[in-house]
Design a protein around this ligand. Structure first.
Ligand SMILES: Cc1cc2nc3c(=O)[nH]c(=O)nc-3n(C[C@H](O)[C@H](O)[C@H](O)COP(=O)(O)O)c2cc1C
Length: 472
């Protein structure tokens, strides 16, 4: 196939192409491609505009103008090969993909392969006269609906967190005003490093969305843990959710804060007090609320679950960390406290590992942890419109949940029996009772045994109808 260099066209033609491209909000290169496609396929039918969601497997000839556009920035990690599959997974969902590679990424995969899969040249250099003419780094930053960074290396995230812009990828990331989805991939020790944690926390504060990393086998022999890049299909689904037009679903426009999982309260640097919460119920609620169109922040204790699609996830360890992140996430419309927060922590946690001594057991003093549910229910400035707590009880379920509802000052309590015989803790099913308060009256709605996803969907539907009634 012949290649065409826009730079060599005569000036008048270039000027008119630039004008056409600017009017359509496209790069000159895209505009030329568009003209050629239209000329080659005069009968191509323009599909209705809107989300790519229900339009998979479209052929290239029927792709005209309003495809959702993703810029995929490929970082220099071993998972770069998975980014090639991601290009295909995005394209089969009807998403236009444009690739950018860092210098390190080119050690793992070639721009030629990425460009061939994306059907458009892969951009690599900031100081490349050709690409500055065709698109320019500012255009690359804006001429897209979403930027995905996959794999996001520790180094690339550090640069993003600091606002560096010394290559094409980081210049685009700094110059963009589009949403950014980051899929980290690195060795578990790099992921656990405090510097990486600090950078991730900064990026979350800056509004960057994350997917993964997952836990599992690493490419390096005998290495496993958290740090594996999310699978291309998971990233493509998350991207699709972010590209979906806003303001759809019964909770569109609502900000929801959810806590999930246990907390870990340190005894010393290697030991902690924990509980058996798996986080499954809170994660299911977060996924369901995001599906219902809400803007969801999930503050999670340590769990072995992947991030729900389209949800901002902030991972914490202790009750005090959780309260600090909850506070930072306010104001929200709805808060759901599903985490099993430890009631106590060790007051005199050891700075070094506590050693066995002949003098007997170490004297561990427990102090009460902050009560997150009560604190937010009684918040003076930023109390959410609807505050929902969870009561996990092993006996006198309704009685204890009723007293918790009155004591904490929340609006609803989701009560569940977590005695070992119920199999709820760590299991996939749940039997819940919803206690709601109307002034002094408390109503109890007992639901049949359901999967945790079904409980989540039913709870989200109840929230949507209540909020709808309150606001009408
Ligand atoms: C074989 C090999 C594999 C690597 N894999 C990773 C990785 O998976 N994640 C990561 O953060 N860094 C990894 N690195 C280190 C990065 O390549 C290095 O930090 C680089 O500067 C990142 O460049 P970037 O900012 O363009 O992504 C690897 C290095 C080598 C030599």
């Amino acid at each position: 196939m012949a290649s065409l260099t826009v730079r060599k066209l005569d000036e008048a033609l270039k000027a008119s192409l630039r004008l056409r491209a600017a009017k359509a909000g496209r790069s000159v290169e895209d505009e030329v491609r568009m003209i050629l496609r239209e000329a080659a396929e005069p009968q191509a039918v323009k599909p209705p505009s809107g989300p790519a969601r229900n339009q998979p497997h479209r052929t290239r000839a029927s792709f005209p103008i309003d495809l959702p556009r993703v810029t995929l920035i490929i970082g220099g990690g071993i998972a770069a090969y998975k980014a090639l599959d991601l290009i295909r997974r995005l394209k089969e969902r009807g998403i236009h993909v444009r690739c950018v590679m860092t210098r390190a990424a080119q050690q793992f995969v070639t721009p030629l392969t990425a460009g061939a899969l994306a059907d458009e040249r892969c951009y690599t250099d900031l100081f490349d006269a050709q690409s500055e003419f065709d698109a320019g780094h500012i255009r690359l930053a804006r001429d897209t609906d979403l930027i995905i960074v996959a794999p996001a290396t520790a180094d690339l995230m550090a640069k993003m967190a600091q606002g560096q812009a010394d290559d094409l990828a980081t210049a685009i990331l700094l110059a963009t005003n589009r949403p950014v989805l980051v899929a980290p991939a690195m060795n578990p020790l790099m992921w656990a490093n405090v510097a990486t944690k600090r950078n991730v926390a900064q990026l979350v504060r800056d509004g960057v969305s994350f997917i993964g990393p997952n836990s599992g086998e690493m490419a390096e022999a005998n290495e496993a843990g958290v740090g594996r890049m999310s699978e291309p299909t998971e990233i493509a689904i998350a991207a699709e959710a972010m590209l979906r037009p806003p303001h759809t679903g019964p909770l569109a426009g609502k900000k929801i804060l959810i806590t999930a999982g246990p907390t870990h309260e340190p005894i010393d640097p290697v030991r902690y007090i924990a509980n058996r919460s798996s986080g499954k119920q809170g994660y299911a609620i977060a996924a369901s609320a995001a599906e219902a169109g809400a803007d969801v922040t999930l503050i999670s204790g340590p769990v072995d679950l992947d991030d729900p699609v389209g949800v901002r996830v902030i991972r914490v360890e202790s009750a005090r960390d959780m309260l600090a992140q909850v506070d930072a996430a306010l104001p929200v419309d709805i808060a759901i406290f599903a985490a099993a927060v430890a009631d106590w922590r060790v007051a005199n946690a050891g700075e070094q590992k506590i050693k066995k001594t002949a003098s007997g057991m170490p004297p561990l003093q427990l102090v009460e942890n902050p009560d997150i549910l009560a604190t937010i229910s009684k918040h003076q400035q930023n109390r959410p419109q609807l505050v929902i707590g969870f009561a996990a009880e092993t006996q006198n379920l309704i009685e204890n949940a009723t007293s918790k509802l009155k004591r904490k000052g929340c609006d609803w309590i989701v009560a569940n029996d977590v005695s070992p015989a119920s199999g709820v803790m760590g299991g996939d099913r749940n039997t819940v009772h919803i206690l709601t308060r109307d002034k002094a009256d408390i109503a109890v709605d007992s639901w049949p045994v359901m999967t945790k996803e079904e409980v989540a969907d039913a709870l989200v539907a109840k929230i949507a109808s209540t909020i709808g009634q309150q606001n009408s």
